[in-house]
Design a protein around this ligand. Structure first.
Ligand code: NAP
Length: 533
């Protein structure tokens, strides 16, 4: 497939009058062809209008039809996998094997949502049947279910060019819920975005759906994203990226005449607590796992463990030494783009200047565009006194924090802001000695990991990839796993309706055989048939 560099606006191609930019190879800064043309304000408006018009049809599509679309997108991406991976490698410097895994994950994610909507119980149908004899007033027939909200804007992430981008989790979950999607491609992997965008566009066409179900807009700078977040026909935003970008979009969305929600996944430092028993029994093993986790993908994961807390005792010495020695095993890394490289260098520089922090080890890159790994250390008193030390270092670096007693450990845990994950390495005895730690941490994060590492986010039904502010804009939701669909819906109640005009989910006969709550009882039975019958 030829990459055109033009936005995809429904079934139409974007114009050539907008500002032009190119992708660059992260290894050496070489510009990659072709030119990509930023969408104009008129094109943003057109994409939003088409999405709004498509919603009238797509928002009422059956789970079967939405499932067919999601499965077709997955199959098309698979059929283009070689081209997608080759281009993504050039644009992101991520290794082919990682991109192969990400392609498989993207397709599995699309199929997971297909399965969810085909089965149908996710709509949370509730039925309270009428009781005309109720005294003093008759009880009406009341039914409710989750309905889609309208056009959703998705900002592709820099660090997951496939699984969190054009046909990634936000798009898959929003489409599954019944919402048209407009993607703002990330400027650093526009070619990858276009190839996947064409796969989605073709799928929409082949499924006989209205063109506005999907658009993909290019843009470098903030204009396109700003215009999308402000467009009155847009009803929600999904974002993965920096805290600054996420907050800017949240403020824009809140200041609209009709404020909308921005589901922004921003920064997270993912605290790890190594309790004394675990440190004693397997400190060196934990050090090896931790090294693998914080350097994985050049540390460019939102779940990278960026601060590690443990007791200041003799067992910790071997652990620290093992971690220090592991660093040179992967001496240098190429980051996703020049902006991320320079942010990483500057966060390392300021951490090195901090008098409360000690650089334990660092690797020196030999190539101009590469960076090294870094291991820092500080103590609990300094950590508690200086909130900057809890900030994300997006790259292959982590910071060890020594505490001197249980009370200090609990003070640290209570002082944490919202993160995506927290990890505890412990024995059963450790858990008895720190009985409140889990209770404190579950208020701070969306996922608590026990004796494992936070990188590697399973796409499944129970996953929660979201945490309290500031890790995300709304800790009540997840951007990974099938529960992500609930960000893009709202409950609607139908009172006194004739059966024939209700959605299938709410009809007496329960033609979809979904799980529903009927008069307070979960059942798949049609109305009038007792659950046991
Ligand atoms: P970013 O700069 O926030 O950009 C993400 C997307 O939002 C891009 O499409 C960008 O447009 C757009 N955007 C940013 N600010 C905007 C604004 N004010 N108005 C409208 N649109 C806006 O994030 P990034 O480029 O992916 O990475 C930068 C930093 O974010 C990293 O160094 C890292 O610290 C952090 N990050 C964190 C995570 C995480 O999950 N924790 C993931 C990725 C990045 P353009 O494409 O045109 O720039």
């Amino acid at each position: 497939m030829r990459i055109s560099g033009r936005s995809i606006i429904g079934f139409q191609e974007g114009g050539t009058t907008g500002e032009v930019f190119r992708a660059t190879r992260p290894w050496d800064g070489t510009q990659l062809l072709p030119d990509f043309v930023s969408a104009t304000f008129e094109e943003v408006t057109l994409a939003a209008r088409l999405a709004h018009e498509a919603f009238a049809t797509y928002g009422r599509c059956s789970g079967h039809d939405k499932g067919a679309l999601l499965r077709k997108i997955a199959a098309k991406i698979e059929s283009m996998a070689d081209q997608v991976i080759e281009r993504a490698e050039q644009e992101t410097a991520l290794p082919k094997v990682r991109l192969q895994g990400e392609t498989a994950r993207t397709c599995a994610q699309l199929r997971l949502f297909a399965q969810v909507v085909e089965e149908g119980s996710w709509t949370a149908a509730r039925i309270d049947t009428a009781d005309p004899e109720r005294k003093p007033i008759p009880k009406p027939d009341i039914r409710s279910m989750l309905r889609p909200i309208g056009p959703v804007v998705v900002f592709g992430a820099s660090n997951f060019p496939l699984a969190f981008s054009v046909a990634g989790g936000d798009t898959a979950s929003a489409l599954a819920a019944g919402n048209p999607v407009i993607v703002k491609a990330h400027h650093s992997h526009p070619g990858t975005s276009e190839i996947v965008g064409r796969a989605v566009q073709e799928s929409v066409r082949e499924c006989g759906l209205p063109e506005g179900v999907f658009s993909l807009l290019f843009g470098s700078g903030t204009q396109v994203g700003t215009a999308l977040a402000q467009n009155p026909l847009v009803k929600a935003v999904g974002f993965t990226g920096s805290r600054r970008g996420g907050r800017a979009l949240m403020y824009l969305a809140a200041a609209r005449p009709e404020p909308i929600q921005v589901f922004a996944e921003m920064s997270s430092t993912n605290p790890v607590f190594i309790l004394p028993g675990a440190m004693r029994e397997r400190g060196e093993q934990i050090a090896a796992g931790l090294h693998g986790s914080f350097t994985l993908g050049a540390g460019q994961f939102c779940t990278k463990p960026g601060m590690v807390f443990f007791g200041d005792n003799a067992d910790a010495v071997a652990f620290t030494e093992k971690l220090r020695q592991a660093l040179p095993s992967v001496p240098q890394f190429t980051m996703l783009n020049a902006g991320i490289t320079s942010s990483y260098r500057s966060v390392l520089a300021s951490r090195k200047k901090d008098p409360a922090v000690r650089l334990l080890a660092e690797t020196q890159p030999s190539a101009e565009f590469s960076v090294g790994a870094a291991l820092f250390e500080t103590d609990a008193t300094s950590f508690l006194a200086n909130p900057v030390l809890a900030d994300e270092m997006f790259g292959p670096a982590t910071q060890l924090v020594r505490y001197s007693n249980c009370a200090e450990l609990m003070e640290i845990a209570r002082s944490l802001e919202g993160h995506l994950t927290a990890t505890i390495h412990g024995t059963e005895q450790d858990l008895r000695e720190f009985p409140d730690l889990i209770a404190v941490l579950e208020n701070k994060v969306g996922r608590v990991v026990f004796n494992g590492f936070p990188t590697g986010v399973e796409v499944c039904h129970a996953m929660v990839h979201g945490g309290p502010v500031p890790s995300t804009s709304d800790g009540r939701s997840t951007s990974v796993g099938s529960q992500a669909i609930f960000r893009w819906v709202r409950p609607v109640c139908y009172q006194g309706f004739p059966d024939a005009v209700l959605s299938e989910e709410l009809r007496d006969t329960n033609p979809l055989a979904i799980w529903r709550m009927v008069d307070g009882e979960l059942t798949r039975q049609p109305i009038g048939v007792p659950s046991g019958g």
